[in-house]
Write a protein that binds this ligand. Structure first.
Ligand code: DLL
Length: 443
């Protein structure tokens, strides 16, 4: 029932997607060498980092030499805030995006005209592979804004020549109404939001037969095969997984093909490594490790060996679809404490910094994450300071509202706030465990 219809041409850029491996490796080496020379000359943070590592552009003679280069991390981006890694003159930037950092400020990324062109094509690759064609309509229920999800997918759909319905995120009743009235062929959002909408459809809020839905493209947060099967069988549609991160580009870094044995990474644009996060050495092929990306074509914001903190596995074996690129398995976790809440990246330290600004709040807090009805919900429990002179309900409400606004200001998310009496939350002797994530990915 949910088998994808056989479409003869599934390649948006056949030549690049099916490039023979030796040609692909030669292209990567040529681009890597040019990239290293360019960032060494134009990005002072890289000049310094290469000098510290004792590596010069001319030392990069083979693809394996990439291991001589230093890693780039989210804290490097933060230390060079806002645009220390910009590699082109500011006037040549045509777009900025950003994602949450572990402090109050986002980390920004930038795109040149050619970066935007490449990005549109890379999103078009997985959308086209999944069946989106000119004449169809795709409803984008990702947020439009600094987040790369909305605008990124938007331009991929336009590139194909299909119609975009930029519904943006939130407002379930309206999303369902749009799906029904404008008869989108595809829905594009986070897996958890898709489950929430699927429940709305299956519970009869709207009639399944009044929809024209053929498939979904889901990404931006971890999900499971069980979730896919449930929605595919429940709705009689086809669903594909896609992956990306704003630092490397946004959506379009990798996406599934019809054979579903991992997401094909656009290796003509990125070099991927899989490392042991402790030793920083490469893991054996097929072993679990942290993904590290180097951008080969990005003009505005190229990154060398960016540590994603995402845990996955790489498969280099032949894929019957004809694409030659390496595939990555589903993301199974992260090596840092970043939470993904309704597709938004949130660090506990962001919540902590919002609390610090509230004089009545103590430093004792606990963040509880749950997923009622497939929608992530965060409750922040905060102890009041023992000497905070709060004795009326209305004063408590004012404090609660201030905390809620402070957190929303930093994270972009509204969270439930529970004010707790002094000395009631658990104290930790060792490493504190301030996050209780009771979401289950099983259903
Ligand atoms: O989430 C880009 C994106 C938007 C991808 C829309 C796909 C669709 P960031 O906000 O920078 O960018 O978050 C990146 O999200 O490091 C992963 O931890 C997680 N992530 C992204 N795609 C997947 C996926 C966008 N398919 C972070 N499965 C990444 C699991 C994913 N996790």
């Amino acid at each position: 029932m949910n088998k994808k219809p056989l479409i003869e041409n599934v390649f948006w850029q056949r030549e690049e997607e099916c490039m023979p491996k030796d040609q692909l490796r030669a292209l990567q080496l040529q681009k890597l060498r040019a990239l290293v020379a360019r960032v060494y000359a134009s990005v002072p943070a890289y000049t310094r980092a290469f000098d510290v590592a004792g590596v010069k552009p001319e030392n990069i003679k083979s693809l394996d030499d990439i291991r001589k280069l230093p890693f780039t991390t989210k804290s490097d981006l933060r230390e060079n805030y806002p645009l220390g890694y910009l590699a082109i003159p500011r006037r040549e930037v045509v777009r900025f995006h950003g994602s949450s950092g572990s402090t109050g400020k986002p980390t920004f990324v930038a795109y040149s005209k050619s970066d935007m062109d490449n990005w549109a094509n890379l999103c078009a690759r997985f959308l086209y592979s999944g069946g989106l064609r000119p004449g169809m309509t795709a409803q984008v229920s990702f947020g439009y804004g600094l987040f790369t999800g909305g605008f990124g997918l938007h331009q991929g759909i336009e590139r194909i020549g299909a119609a975009v319905l930029p519904a943006s995120s939130g407002n379930t009743a309206r999303q369902l109404m749009l799906l029904q009235d404008l008869r989108a062929d595809y829905l594009i959002c986070t897996p958890s939001y898709a489950l929430h909408l699927a429940d709305g459809i299956q519970s009869g809020i709207i009639d399944r037969s009044s929809l024209n839905l053929k498939g979904m493209f889901l990404g931006s947060e971890p999900w499971t095969e069980n979730m896919r099967t449930r929605m595919e069988e429940g709705l009689g549609i086809y669903i594909e997984n896609n992956y990306g991160l704003s630092e490397i580009m946004g959506p379009g870094v990798s996406g599934e093909c019809a054979f579903r044995n991992g997401m094909h990474i656009a290796e003509d644009h990125f070099i991927v490594e899989c490392i042991n996060p402790e030793t920083l050495e490469p893991v054996a092929e097929g072993e679990t490790g942290e993904l590290v990306f180097t951008t080969l074509n990005k003009e505005a914001f190229p990154l060398i060996r960016y540590r994603t903190r995402d845990i996955s596995r790489l498969k280099y074996s032949h894929c019957p679809c004809g694409r030659t690129s390496v595939r990555m398995s589903r993301i199974t976790g992260r090596t840092d404490d970043m939470l993904i809440i309704r597709g938004v990246n949130v660090y506990p330290s962001q919540i902590e910094s919002a609390l610090l600004a509230i004089p009545e709040a103590s430093p004792h807090y606990m963040i509880e994450v749950s997923r009622p009805k497939h929608m992530d919900e965060v409750t922040v429990h905060i102890e009041l300071k023992p000497n905070s002179m709060v004795d009326s309900i209305s004063e408590l409400n004012v404090i609660r509202d201030r905390i809620c606004a402070g957190i929303a200001n930093i994270t972009g998310l509204r969270m439930k706030i529970h004010l707790e009496p002094p000395n009631t939350l658990e104290r930790f002797e060792g490493k504190s465990r301030r996050v209780k994530d009771v979401r289950t990915l099983k259903d």
